[in-house]
Design a protein around this ligand. Structure first.
Ligand code: FAD
Length: 383
């Protein structure tokens, strides 16, 4: 595997960083305090091409490779994970699954808007009583002539209150994963309501919401894939999403490393810069090694996707390691900043709060380990 970046990929990183420093980093603390990202940034992200990175040009995207996508997610993670989530859920979890499982009509209808950020999408899998055990979800979709009627509730849905499209997973058949189907539901459909979830530890600027579906009628053409394929579609989408979360975590670690190197160089104690103390260098060295290891795991998974090879377990390993490493890195970063690390004047406390959810969503660390354990032993821990 070749890990050298092409000139195009290097230029994209520079270009993205310069844009994000100006349009996101400069505002992230204020957005975090206000518990709302200023959505005026969304069209700007669209113009920069973030929403269309891996969507083919014929559907309005840039048709980029997966490594470039990871670089974009890394830079977004370094800048503000709340903003990365807006992009990676809309384009990554929903746009790409429409691309892989949608009909030509569904692709032409939804992808151009998603690829430019004009339409934000959300991914409605989790419910109040089913998170890790998503195959047992309870939202129902009943066929009624040429329509389906959806009833149920979703919880913790990123972009819920901003989105124009929701990919809703609902039960059309019997119990368990095989009874689940996927639907492309415009959020303006009568009976579709949202309520914002406030008071999060991190990702405070990101719109997270509950969704209430009451007799929501969609045409039969809103079904994505065939009836009963919904759970497979969800898992396929999450496998790729985990690469994006992993890349975002590399960005968090990178941001922590930059912050501690800068601070430890200029802060003096005992007449010497913090950077000269070996116990401080010990923490910086660990952050640096884990940044590299996480990036290599993420890029390996991206390379497998690019080559059309099985990548699910590699994605689980990348997401598991990168998210846990991001929490460790941000925790050490606060230690190096001392009391100042506890203030929101510096970015490291936000990195820790944002990193904390990465070990929970898109499959908790325990779920990633069960997937990796199943691949190693051939024995499934899932019922
Ligand atoms: P539970 O499944 O109840 O798990 C609780 C604990 O038990 C965890 O530690 C878990 O690892 C452990 N556990 C569960 N099962 C097992 C097992 N078999 N073996 C060992 N341990 C186990 N969902 C969406 O559908 N769309 C979104 O856009 C979305 N965005 C989110 C944004 C945020 C900020 C958050 C917090 C969540 C989001 N989620 C979203 C939901 C997220 O994916 C779930 O929270 C996650 O899957 C865990 O589910 P749960 O919270 O119900 O925890």
């Amino acid at each position: 595997m070749d890990f050298t970046l092409t000139d195009e990929q290097r230029n994209f990183r520079e270009y993205a960083r310069e844009f994000l420093d100006r349009e996101v980093v400069a505002h992230r603390a204020a957005w975090d305090r206000a518990e709302a990202v200023d959505t005026a940034v969304v069209p700007k992200l669209g113009e920069m091409g973030f929403f269309g990175l891996t969507i083919p040009e014929e559907y309005g995207g840039l048709g980029g490779d997966y490594r470039t996508y990871c670089i974009g997610m890394e830079e977004l993670g370094r800048a503000d994970s709340a903003v990365r989530g807006i992009v990676s859920v809309s384009m990554g979890l929903v746009g790409k699954v429409i691309l892989s499982h949608g009909t030509e009509e569904q692709k032409r209808h939804w992808l151009p808007g998603i690829a430019t950020g004009e339409v934000l999408a959300c991914f409605g899998l989790t419910e109040p009583d089913t998170g890790s055990d998503a195959g047992n979800l309870r939202t129902k979709a009943r066929r009624d002539g040429d329509e389906y009627v959806l009833n149920g509730q979703k919880m913790f849905i990123t972009n819920a209150t901003l989105a124009g499209l929701c990919l809703v997973f609902a039960r059309t058949g019997g119990p368990g994963p095989k009874g689940v189907s996927a639907f492309l539901v415009p959020t303006g459909t009568p009976g579709f309501h949202t309520r914002e979830v406030k008071g999060k530890l991190g990702l405070r600027g990101q719109a997270t919401g509950e969704i209430f579906l009451t007799d929501v009628r969609v045409p039969a053409s809103a079904l994505l894939g065939a009836e009963g394929e919904g759970f497979t579609i969800a898992m396929h989408s999450l496998d790729k999403g985990r690469v994006s979360v992993g890349a975002g975590c590399v960005g968090i670690i990178e941001g922590c490393l930059e912050a501690v190197v800068g601070y430890a160089g200029q802060r003096h104690q005992f007449g010497r810069p913090l950077a000269s103390f070996q116990l401080i260098q010990d923490m910086i060295a660990d952050i640096s090694v884990e940044r590299d290891a996480a990036r290599l795991l993420v890029w390996r998974a991206a390379e497998l996707i690019e080559r059309g090879l099985p990548f699910g377990v590699a994605a689980s390993k990348a997401k598991y390691f990168a998210s846990e490493a991001a929490v460790r890195a941000a925790n050490s970063a606060i230690q190096i900043f001392g009391g100042y690390g506890y203030l929101d004047e510096y970015p490291v406390q936000k990195y820790l709060r944002d990193a904390r959810v990465m070990t929970l969503y898109e499959g908790t660390s325990q779920i990633q380990k069960l997937l990796i354990g199943r691949a190693e032993t051939g024995v499934s821990a899932f019922l």
